[in-house]
Design a binder for this molecule. Sequence first.
Ligand SMILES: [Zn+2]
Length: 260
Amino acid sequence: MSVLTEVYSFYGAFSGTKGVYGFSEQGRPLVYCTVGEGRPLVLAQYAMHAREHITARLALKQAADGLRGKTGSVVYLPLTNPDGVKLCEEGRPQWKANAEGVDLNVNFPARWGTGVQNKRSAGASDFIGEFPLCAAESAALAEFTRRVRPDMTVSFHAKGEEIYWYFYQQEPALSRDRALAEIAAGETGYVLRTPSGSAGGYKDWCVEALGIPALTVEVGGDSLSHPIGQESAEEIYGRNRTLLPALLAALAGADKKDEG
Ligand SMILES: [Zn+2]
């Protein structure tokens, strides 16, 4: 079954709060499914890079698994780049961008255009777009994020078993965000990394423009090749099963401390 079919069937059968937050360049619905209710609220987004569509399958597994008794909610956006994923599945296995050749994860207004790998023309990856949020998919994601006002966002990418969390934040955000990243590393066994030379990402924008903690989680071992196949889904799910519930618990704990 194609990733698009899997996601849209899951969405159709999902009995909780759900909706369409926008449409892709080619008119496909951008869907979300909410598990749990209230705060803290984590927004988790997947498959922004087309060839990393194994993360969409991870979203469905995590959403079906629930919050493991934790309070709050997770808003799952399982497929933020459906056109790109379709292109990838239908003959362009190394494709990362949307169908117009804009790399969504360098299209956000966070030091846009300053990344060392940025490209100025459309293609499979790294094209920053004509202007920030020029792509329908990134514009819809930014608008939805502002509307939902998450306490934290987590972006799932592939690959390398690494977690990124830093984007020039100052104290006290620096310590707060590092602590959450350390929890994420503990849950998954992935390694924390501080990148140099990246800009314009969704995580970067959440940190800089919204002032909230934001993680990029790179699932899948580095020895796997793109696109990571379904045979690795169980292993990846195993590593990421407790991640979002643990982050909810940490965020709830931080609230209590603020009140005290
Ligand atoms: Zn990626």
